[in-house]
Design a binder for this molecule. Structure first.
Ligand SMILES: C[S@@+](CC[C@H](N)C(=O)[O-])C[C@H]1O[C@@H](n2cnc3c(N)ncnc32)[C@H](O)[C@@H]1O
Length: 461
């Protein structure tokens, strides 16, 4: 188990440490029955994120990460590290040596964290390029979109690989479009890819929010690829809350208290369409298994005697992004990689995030997401089972109750979720990330990360 984004080696984590709310009509300005239940949290900076009106948790997270002034990714180009040169794994003795090397790199660069595409460059990107090469239909020009390309290392690695290994006409006619929300990272991407002159005419960066449909223009019917590495984990999520085991879910909002400094949670009946859809996608798999009346009575009694509040984080940002991407690029093939599990999470709730900051060269985690001040990375584990269902929902294949009559007729997609090691063994060159004694950090340490592949099918009824 490896916690990738840890600034210092000391933060490597190897094993998993692994109000009564009346369903009232919402009353935004009142402090009353629809007010909070968690203790107040003091967060002077983050109070700027919330104005006079309450905001949904996803809007709070979006501002904390991407606000042009205060956001973590917007103000810190160093939020995504770039290695000056590749690590020569074959020259390292083993794990101890690798850790030493990593420690040195982190000390030298004072960068927040390195992602695997960076640590294992160029091999990680080459594995992805090979997966595309083996699957792509080369009778049409190769078109790749990368969402959240960070420092551009993946883009450069893939283009290098195509230049060397694909038929010449494929490389010559390919286009690689990076959709990047952060202006500072967009600039770095241009520089990274621009190192190879022949890549420049095939590569462009569109600095915009990929979840905004208007940025994608008209629907494009031709096949293409969409790559997202460690992007899903940084997408805004929503939070739902239930007072006990059987009470209904409420959506969580954040509001400022009268002192203008304290942020508190506010619970409202479910109304937001993204939250409702996400919850329904999650629940639709369990529809048949509705509990018996005896079970219901037992659950009710139990929740009265031992009431236990529930909190559940929903990947509404992912739902929105995939809705937009499927709508704009219906024939896209998707490759996404991300954390499937995060260790030592302190924030309560299912699929809860880590909120990680770095002060004086040391990393630490916040106990509350409300403490995020633009200096903290907020990242979530990806529930790959749910990701697949969201993908099928957005392609129009999976129908929910409400949209059963919808005119959107999707075809089933072929999907697979692979451990990073399986993906790299299949498509990569594992011998290049192996140390002398056989230890292979990419295969051995990245146990809490997975790849999701999803391709359209045109031959299924
Ligand atoms: C954790 S970094 C990963 C960077 C890179 N993919 C890697 O693996 O090194 C997340 C990236 O996604 C970008 N990003 C997040 N949300 C985005 C959005 N809505 N639209 C476009 N880019 C986004 C961030 O600016 C950043 O470049």
């Amino acid at each position: 188990m490896f916690r990738w984004r840890s600034p210092r080696l000391t933060a490597l984590r190897r094993t998993p440490a692994a109000k009564h709310l009346l369903p009232l009509l919402f009353c935004p300005h009142q402090v009353g029955p629809c007010e909070v239940s968690t203790p107040p949290l003091h967060a002077p900076f983050s109070t700027r994120i919330v104005g006079d009106e309450p905001v949904l948790v996803r809007d709070f997270i979006r501002s904390a990460l991407y606000d042009p002034k205060h956001g973590y990714f917007s103000q810190r180009s160093g939020s995504v590290g770039v290695l000056e040169s590749s690590i020569k794994f074959n020259k390292l003795e083993g794990r101890k040596d690798y850790i030493k090397q990593l420690d040195k790199i982190y000390r030298q660069s004072d960068i927040s964290w390195f992602t695997p595409v960076e640590l294992f460059k160029p091999w990680y990107a080459h594995g992805i390029a090979e997966a595309i090469m083996r699957t792509a239909n080369f009778s049409v020009p190769l078109k790749i979109y990368e969402i959240g390309g960070g420092s551009g290392t993946c883009a450069k690695g893939i283009m290098d690989y195509m230049k060397l290994n694909a038929p010449e006409r494929v490389y010559n006619s390919m286009t690689y479009i990076s959709v990047e929300i952060s202006p500072s990272l967009a600039k770095i991407q241009r520089e990274t890819v621009g190192e190879v002159l022949s890549h420049s005419s095939k590569f462009r960066v569109e600095c915009r929010d990929a979840t905004d449909r208007s940025g994608w223009g008209d629907c494009q019917e031709q096949p293409c690829w969409v790559i997202m590495l460690e992007v899903l984990d940084n997408l805004p999520h929503d939070l739902i809350y239930a007072e006990n085991q059987i009470s209904p879910w409420m959506e969580v909002w954040i509001e400022k208290q009268n002192d203008r400094e304290t942020l508190t949670e506010l619970y409202k009946p479910l109304e937001d369409p993204l939250i409702k859809n996400c919850l329904e996608i999650m629940n639709s798999a369990n529809k048949q298994a509705s509990p018996s009346s005896v079970r219901l009575i037992a659950d009710t009694l139990w929740s009265k005697i031992f009431p236990r509040p529930r909190r559940c984080w929903l990947p509404t940002g992912c739902l929105k992004l995939l809705e937009v991407v499927h709508d704009a690029l219906p024939k896209m093939s998707l490759i996404a990689s991300d954390f499937s599990y995060l260790p030592d999470v302190r924030i309560p709730g299912e699929r809860a995030p880590l909120v990680s900051t770095k002060k004086d060269g040391r990393s630490s985690d916040y106990n509350s997401y409300l403490d995020a001040k633009g200096d903290a990375d907020i990242f979530f584990p990806t529930d790959f089972w749910l990701l697949e269902r969201i993908d099928h929902f957005c392609s129009g294949w999976l129908k929910l109750h409400e949209d059963a009559s919808s005119s959107k007729h999707g075809k089933k997609r072929r999907t697979i979720t692979l451990d990073t090691s399986s993906f790299m063994e299949e498509f990569g060159l594992p011998s290049r990330t192996r140390t002398k004694d056989g230890y292979n950090p990419l295969l051995d340490d990245f146990k809490n990360t997975k790849f999701y592949l999803s391709v359209p099918t045109h031959n299924l009824k």
